[in-house]
Design a protein around this ligand. Structure first.
Ligand code: IMP
Ligand code: MG
Length: 186
């Protein structure tokens, strides 16, 4: 059982209008940067889904989408394991494509670092990263972020794809968890 988000929300960090405005800006920028119909957006499941769907609809140049899943956090854990494993691979052969990874948040950086290293061996024409959120204070692995929504402080957040023990990904904003009020069911 999960508590209603209102019981455990300490503050809204990025509201819906701000997210949508920033996503539209990123979409315009990406549309201008990728013009020759060779772009593949890769959504990192599951957190990247709302961001990728909204972003894709704001990209006016022709592009494809695909999905991959990587495990770095176990259910109920909130610390990165320092390694990442592909649990669902792409359907697309990315050789010679312009690949843009779409992630919800870069935290320690281990997940994206591992994905970049793995995808590089498949010889895409280009390989870049688009993240909705960045927590720079938490970085352990150096990773490039070519397109960024918002840089945020070191707080545990949920909503707009980000989960709190797998719940609340559906919220249209990014909120901070009140850890005094949140009671994990374990
Ligand atoms: P990293 O490997 O430490 O960069 O972890 C990135 C992944 O951790 C993200 O894709 C999220 O799934 C998860 N994550 C990191 N910080 C948060 C957070 O504040 N809320 C929810 N999920 C998070
Ligand atoms: Mg994630």
């Amino acid at each position: 059982m999960m508590q209603d988000y209102k019981e455990i929300l300490s503050e809204i960090l990025v509201d819906e209008d701000s997210i949508q405005a920033r996503v539209a800006e990123l979409g315009a920028q990406i549309s201008a940067d990728y013009t020759d119909g060779n772009l593949l957006l890769i959504c990192i499941l599951r957190g990247g889904v709302p961001f990728m769907v909204d972003l894709s609809r704001k990209i006016t140049s022709p592009h494809m989408v695909d999905y991959m899943a990587v495990s770095s956090y176990g259910v109920g854990r909130r610390e990165s394991s320092g390694s990442a494993r592909v649990t669902l691979d792409l359907q697309t052969d990315i050789r010679n494509l312009d690949v843009l990874l779409v992630e919800d948040i870069i935290d320690s950086g281990h997940t994206i670092a591992a994905v970049l290293q793995m995808l590089e061996t498949r010889q895409p024409r280009s390989l870049k990263v688009c993240a909705l959120l960045d927590k720079p204070e938490r970085r352990e692995a150096e990773v490039p972020i070519h397109y960024l929504g918002f840089s945020i402080p070191n707080k545990f957040v949920f909503g707009y794809g980000l989960d709190l023990d797998e719940y609340h990904r559906n919220l249209p904003f990014v909120g901070v968890v009140d850890l005094d009020k949140y009671k994990p069911s374990v």
